[in-house]
Design a protein around this ligand. Structure first.
Ligand code: IMP
Ligand code: MG
Length: 177
């Protein structure tokens, strides 16, 4: 049995920095004069969100949710459990949900439905990565960083069994499957 390890680099640190700046500029433009609440999905999105909000030129507040989707370590099942809810109500707020990756889209579909029921003034999604599988779902992320092929990746917040989140690049996972 081989050990799981980061392999080929798909997105390097410079590309990440450039894309985060680009997304932050778009968000700043769109939310000018509006009261923005950035909702991060723990834990994968924390690196992305930390870099993103530091590039914003509009004021924002931050809140976090933690969810777990049941399933194997490389595929989610769509059954989502809220492990940590938001600290504050979002009614009437302009909410931007920040995610690391949309794969099947099942996690975010659940989350968006849940948040919509709390009557925010608006709700948009910003995801660093998208993979092809979610295209069957009526889920649209207004802000998207990179489109990936259907491979499992680690780094910049993304993990395999809680490992490799601190990697300064997005890499394909080797040694599994
Ligand atoms: P979805 O419900 O299939 O869209 O999966 C969403 C969650 O699965 C993400 O927020 C990640 O936590 C995890 N995930 C999906 N693909 C990857 C990957 O390639 N690497 C690490 N985590 C992933
Ligand atoms: Mg995640």
């Amino acid at each position: 049995m081989t050990e799981a390890r980061p392999g080929r680099t798909l997105i390097d640190a410079d590309q990440l920095r450039g894309k985060v700046a680009e997304l932050a500029a778009a968000v700043s433009r769109d939310y000018e004069g509006r009261d923005l609440l950035v909702v991060g999905v723990l834990k994968g999105a924390v690196f992305f969100i930390a870099d993103l909000v530091r590039e914003l030129t509009v004021p924002c507040e931050l809140d976090f949710m933690a969810v777990s989707s049941y399933g194997s370590s490389t595929h989610s099942s769509g059954v989502v459990r809220i492990l940590k809810d938001l600290d504050h109500p979002i009614e009437g707020r302009h909410v931007l949900v920040v995610e690391d990756v949309i794969d099947s889209g099942l996690t975010l579909t659940y989350l968006v439905r849940n948040l919509q029921s709390r009557n925010p003034a608006s709700l948009e999604i910003c995801t660093l990565l998208t993979k092809p599988r979610h295209r069957e779902l009526p889920l649209s992320a207004r802000y998207r960083g990179f489109d990936l092929p259907d491979v499992f990746v680690v780094g910049y917040g993304l993990d395999y069994n809680e490992r490799f989140r601190g990697l300064m690049r997005i890499a394909e996972l080797d040694g599994v499957g």
